[in-house]
Write a protein that binds this ligand. Structure first.
Ligand SMILES: [Zn+2]
Ligand SMILES: [Zn+2]
Length: 358
């Protein structure tokens, strides 16, 4: 099969690889569509957070790409949960099934004394991070990672099911009881926009969204944000007080990765409020801890899409209470992956989610 692999930093090369063979409880998936994620751009340029056999992923025949969907074309031994021809979205992580975190459903935070994260022999895999990803034609995945795609959903939109799962996981982590609660989302990239739409589907009200790109805020409105704010033009704190009965929000999900975002978040939530960090910069950020302690604020970080959140996000899409299609902006052929990556990186022509197809 044709596969893109990472050469030196920033360099993708097309090579031939053998089609993988599904083992026990695995299926072979013909990859139909892959969405490009900001983390793919990070991996292709800098390597981290992809790690292959304990080392940086350059020149290791490693295929990146992790937000994908496809069609099952072959079943491994003992698979009766799916059949050939099923369309599936694929969770990035398969848990090891033996460490305490994976047993709790936190398979994006798999650990153990020997660190099972990414150890294929111990059953853990993370597509496009520790094992081959989706910028190719076929992939093998464990049935635990599969989610049926509703038949009325296009391949392109189905690649967003996993991203919506991350938004769902953020809301779960905040406590899940979001109906009737006020929420602010900072940063209107794909995850921020999906946090807005998942929270809307689950009844959060009112929902605030901030960013510095007006076109993204407009999409946020169409996905359910009640109030949007361009952070370059207005102060978010007074904007929330004005529109939320003079108190801060109950919940905040930080999706911008800005250095000031955490300290700002502690000022935007009300006493007893909860903050979930879903994005990060690689620099230390300074925060007034007094604010957190004095106001009884809870702080969480999430990684990826644990606790079957993807399956629940897919269910919202199936029931039509969540429609992520506005986030998909561009489609390219897999042959044109370098061009597609450029669109995603430089946000050419208002690009948000750029999808490549086989
Ligand atoms: Zn991603
Ligand atoms: Zn584990």
């Amino acid at each position: 099969m044709d596969a893109w692999v990472l050469g030196n930093p920033g360099e993708l090369i097309r090579i031939k690889k053998p089609i993988p063979i599904p083992g026990n409880a695995e299926v072979l998936i013909k990859i139909d569509a892959v969405a490009i994620c900001a983390t793919d751009l990070e991996i292709i340029e800098h390597g981290f957070p992809a790690i292959i056999n304990g080392e940086k992923p350059f020149n290791k025949n490693f295929t990146p790409g992790h937000e994908f969907m496809g069609t099952i074309v072959k079943l491994g031994a003992n698979v009766d949960e799916y059949k050939i021809g099923d369309r599936v979205a694929v969770e990035i992580h398969a848990g090891c099934g033996r460490c305490s975190r994976c047993r709790q459903g936190m398979y994006t935070s798999c650990h153990n004394y020997g660190n099972n994260y990414g150890d294929i022999n111990k059953g853990h895999r993370a597509n496009g991070y520790t094992t081959d990803g989706a910028f190719t034609e076929y992939a093998v995945n464990h049935i635990n990672t599969l989610v049926n795609v509703p038949k009325e959903i296009s391949d392109e939109v189905a690649t967003l099911i996993v991203t919506a799962g991350t938004a769902m996981y953020a809301i779960d982590t905040l406590g899940g009881l979001i109906a009737g609660q006020s929420l602010a989302v900072t940063g209107a990239g794909p995850i921020g926009l999906l946090c807005v739409s998942v929270a809307k589907a689950l009844g959060a009200n009112p929902i605030f969204l901030s960013d510095i790109i007006d076109s993204r805020l407009e999409i946020g409105k169409s996905l359910g944000a009640d109030f949007v704010l361009n952070a370059n033009n207005e102060d978010f704190n007074s904007f929330i007080l004005k529109n939320n009965r003079n108190i801060g929000v109950d919940y905040l999900i930080e999706c911008s990765g800005s250095l000031q975002a955490l300290d700002q978040a502690t000022q935007l939530v009300n006493r007893g409020g909860k903050i979930c960090l879903a994005a990060f910069s690689n620099q230390p950020s300074s925060v007034n801890v007094g604010n957190i302690v004095a106001n009884n604020i809870s702080l969480y970080g999430i990684r990826g899409e644990g606790k079957s959140a993807v399956k629940r996000a897919a269910s919202l899409i199936k029931q039509k209470s969540l429609d992520p299609s506005a986030i998909h902006t561009h489609t390219f052929n897999m042959d044109d992956l370098p061009e597609a990556l450029k669109y995603a990186k430089d946000r050419i022509d208002g690009a948000i989610k750029v999808v490549v197809r086989n």
